[in-house]
Design a protein around this ligand. Structure first.
Ligand code: GP9
Ligand code: MN
Length: 424
């Protein structure tokens, strides 16, 4: 009820990290293009399979002068998988401990990215070559305030060689998205969700350009071929954005949504990374890439620890929009005040110093169990993480944003949106 919202506001105000003057507004007024890296774990970056780079384009992006590459960025998803990643990215709220908030909380009141940016003149759209009802997207996107949702009904999905299990393969998907993207008024806020690199990573062998790995575990071995395909598709997108004249006035953000290889493949993964997959290693394998390209922004590899709930405040500050009055559970990765404790959905956490994994504490640098004298500090951090997750769940389960409208924010009327093609 409305008393709870007071507790939430107090917490998020204390959790707020003020903008970094060197980056605040670096992308002001620019288009935003989110490129979704499906099931893409960060260990693939700079990985060589039989001496060959798996993802040469993304590897080059880690060295691009106007790209920030975060190598300590973690997914924080639960059972909602992709939908949890989207939920966190659009709201800076955690997904739920069970199930998918996209399915069970779609009619909540949200103050999501597209609705915040609408107050700044942005048009918004999601592009995804799967049925719009998957993960209940075509319902919850209206609560988020997306103007457009271009689902499979907008694409030619008639050629079987263009299709993956969950929809259009990345290359035809991006090619066909172009004529839809160029219809949007600028500045636009857009997200492109791909499915090529999705479990079990089977790929038409006429389309592959790299050999499988040879661990003997099928999905692990095939993973490198679909990851390479993802990389090639992304490179083409960058080339086309340059040709379309959109590269120089757009912020491009690439993010991994969740792990690709689950804990059921420890033996094969040990061969892949050359280490035994202990609970500590497994938690550290939950890194997903985060790249933020902004024309003329000073790039580089940023070692800040963070997670998907931190992306919205980071993005808004780069756009020159202060987040102080929003209810957000993450904080700006670029702020000197950013909190580097990264909560996972199951209550574990990772940080530059202390990790808590399956109720055991570890030294993050060495992977060794914590010494007795550090355990007290670790317990305090664990309490903070549990409280942050508990409050986020209160907001989502209690639909608490009904009771708080940030100053200057225009609330969403979901009934105003119609995503069907014949409505255009
Ligand atoms: C489904 C696609 C894959 O539309 O986003 O979802 P996932 O299985 O990764 O949650
Ligand atoms: Mn996914």
């Amino acid at each position: 009820d409305s008393n709870d919202i007071t507790e939430v506001i107090n917490f998020t105000q204390s959790n707020y990290a003020k903008p970094n003057a060197n980056y605040f507004g670096a992308a002001k007024g620019m288009n935003v293009i989110y490129l979704h890296l499906e099931s893409f774990q960060n260990f693939l970056i700079d990985y060589k399979l039989n001496g060959e780079e798996v993802t040469p384009f993304l590897n080059s992006l880690t060295k691009d002068e106007n790209t920030l590459y975060f190598d300590n960025f973690f997914h924080q998803t639960g059972q909602g998988k992709t939908s949890d990643a989207e939920f966190m990215l659009e709201n800076s709220l955690f997904g739920l401990p069970q199930g998918s908030a996209f399915i069970t909380k779609a009619l909540n009141t949200f103050q999501a990215a597209p609705s915040i940016l609408k107050d700044y003149g942005y048009t918004s759209a999601v592009f995804h070559g799967n049925n719009g009802s998957f993960w209940n997207r075509n319902v919850i996107y209206k609560s988020f305030g997306f103007d457009n949702f271009f689902d499979a009904s907008y694409y030619d999905t008639s050629s079987p060689t263009d299709m993956a299990e969950y929809g259009l393969l990345d290359k035809p998907f991006y090619e066909q998205s172009e004529s839809l993207l160029t219809t949007l008024l600028q500045p636009f806020y857009t997200k492109f969700i791909t499915v090529g690199n999705h479990y079990p990573y089977k790929m038409d062998q006429d389309l592959v350009t790299i050999e499988k790995a040879t661990t003997g575990d099928k999905s692990v071995d095939d993973y490198f071929q679909t990851a390479r395909y993802t990389d090639e598709a992304i490179e083409k997108v960058f080339d086309r954005l340059k040709e379309l004249g959109l590269y120089d006035n757009s912020m491009i953000v690439l993010y991994g949504d969740h792990y690709g290889i689950s804990e059921n493949h420890k033996k094969a993964m040990a061969q892949v990374i050359g280490k035994e997959i202990t609970p500590y290693e497994s938690a550290n394998l939950q890194r997903v890439p985060l790249f933020i390209h902004v024309p003329n922004m000073k790039g580089g590899t940023n070692h800040t620890y963070g997670g998907q709930t931190d992306l919205l405040p980071t993005l808004l500050h780069l756009l020159g929009i202060d987040t102080k009055n929003f209810i957000q559970f993450g904080s700006d990765l670029l702020s000197e005040e950013h909190d580097e404790i990264v909560p996972f959905r199951n209550g574990d956490f990772i940080s530059p110093t202390i990790d808590s994994i399956n109720e055991k504490f570890y030294d993050n640098q060495t992977g060794m169990p914590l010494s007795e004298d550090q355990v007290e500090a670790a317990k305090a951090l664990k309490k903070d993480v549990d409280y942050k997750l508990e409050l986020s769940d209160k907001v989502v389960n209690g639909d608490l944003l009904r009771f708080y409208t940030p100053k200057g924010y225009t609330t969403v009327d979901p009934s105003q949106f119609n995503y069907s093609k014949d409505a255009k």
